[in-house]
Structures are given as C-alpha cells and as structure tokens.
Design a protein around this ligand. Structure first.
Ligand code: ZN
Length: 249
C-alpha cells in the first residue's frame, strides 16, 4: 500500500471510530436505561414516604386501642365503686359514665377516619409496589439489550483500533505525528486528496487541480511544486496533508 492510500484509509478509519464512539455514548438503549433507573429511584423514594405514613397511622390506631381500653377500665371502675343507695353517688356516676361514653364515641370516630386513611395508604403502597415491579423488570430487560448493542459496537471499535495500529505502523512515526497534529487541528479531516477536474467543453476544455476538502483550485505553479513533493505534500491553502497520488492511479 502506498503512503497516500494508507493516509486516506487511516482518516476514513478514524472518522468511523469517532462516529462509533459517539454512537456508543448516545446509544438510545443506554439512555432509556438511565431514564428507567431515574424513574425507579423516584418510586423507591415515594415508597419510603408511603411506608412512613403507614407506620404513623398504625401507631395512631394502636394508641386509639390503648385509649379505648383505659376508657373501658374507667367505666368498669366507676360502676364497681358506686353505692346504689346513695342518690348523689348515683348522680355522679351518671355524669361520669356520660362523659366516658362521649370519649368512647370520639375514639371510635377517630378510629374510623384512621382506618380509612390506612386503607388509602395501603392502596398507594400496592400501586407503588406494582409500578416498581414493572419498572424493575424493564430495567433488567433493558440492561440486557443495552449490553448486547454496546458489546457489538465495542467489538467493532476494538477491531478498527487494531487496523488503525497497523496503518500507523505503516505510515511511520514522523508521518503519524504529522497526521495527529492535523487531525486535532482540522477536527478529524486531516487529509485531502488532489483531484483532477475537467472544466469547459470541446476546445476550451482545460484541467484544473483541486484538493478534495478545501476545494481551492491550485495555481499551476503550486501543482508543479507538488509534483516534486512525491506522493504526499501539503495543501498551500488549508495546510492539510495533501495526497497527490495513490498507487491505484
Ligand atoms: Zn486544502
């Protein structure tokens, strides 16, 4: 392979590598997966809040049970301690029992409300769990797909990198440095090829020489100068590496 051909192949390989690395980074499967992971984290955060609310309501219910028990004990104690023959004692008992009955009503009312809230929270908890299961399964499946797509791309990149190393060896260290510098400077488009173009028709037909990337027609004097440079020179306009001929011409 000629130096010119190797340089053009190297550039093509590098442009492909740049594209594939970008594709790998922006793989839709990988982005979808990240989105699902964020959704899962949000659900998990919600689950923590729901659990805390459920625990609070359960504690409230236990407190109400305790209050009810105390209230019933008070009723039993009041009834046991009364002297039925004493009018005032009976009257006091009635007042006390009436107040305790009101308290029991209050407890029962509060318990109803708390139980309703608890049912609501339990429903939310079920929905949250079901949702987490769906998203979690999708993550497992998505991770698998992303891994497969990524590993195919990575295999292609590894292969291209090996071919690249061989080409770099063939062009030699000096040209490799020159290529790398131009690669950085021209964002990957380091090498251009000198094209021969025909202009006009019939008798007025002339030939002009044009680098493939900057496309500035060369002056005849520049073409003469380049002809002496051999296979590879430098474009007098944009200063890219200019391939003057490859072995297929
Ligand atoms: Zn140029």
């Amino acid at each position: 392979m000629s130096l010119g051909r190797n340089l053009l192949d190297l550039q093509e390989l590098d442009l492909g590598l740049m594209r594939d690395r970008k594709t790998l980074e922006e793989l839709p499967e990988v982005r979808d997966l990240a989105k699902r992971r964020r959704a899962y984290a949000k659900l998990k955060h919600e689950a923590t809040g729901i659990l805390a609310r459920r625990k609070d309501l359960e504690t409230d219910l236990a407190d109400l049970d305790e209050e009810e028990r105390t209230c019933k004990e008070d009723i039993a104690a009041a009834q046991a301690g009364v002297d039925g023959s004493d009018y005032r004692s009976v009257q006091e008992l009635e007042i006390k029992l009436s107040s305790l009955a009101k308290e029991l009503d209050k407890i029962s009312f509060a318990r109803e409300r708390t139980q309703e809230d608890l049912q609501q929270v339990q429903l939310e908890e079920q929905e949250n769990r079901a949702h987490m299961k769906v998203v979690g399964d999708a993550i497992l499946q998505g991770a698998e797909t992303a891994r497969n797509r990524a590993s195919n791309l990575r295999a292609g990149i590894d292969d291209a990198e090996k071919r690249r190393a061989r080409l770099v060896e063939q062009i030699g260290p000096e040209m490799a440095v020159r290529y790398d510098t131009a690669y950085k400077r021209f964002n990957g488009l380091a090498v251009e090829k000198l094209l021969q173009e025909e202009v006009g028709r019939g008798r007025s037909k002339t030939v002009r020489w044009m680098p493939s990337t900057c496309r500035m027609a060369l002056q005849p004097s520049s073409v003469d100068g380049l002809a002496h440079a051999g296979e590879v020179g430098e474009c007098p306009y944009c200063h890219r590496i200019l391939v003057i001929k490859t072995d297929e011409e």
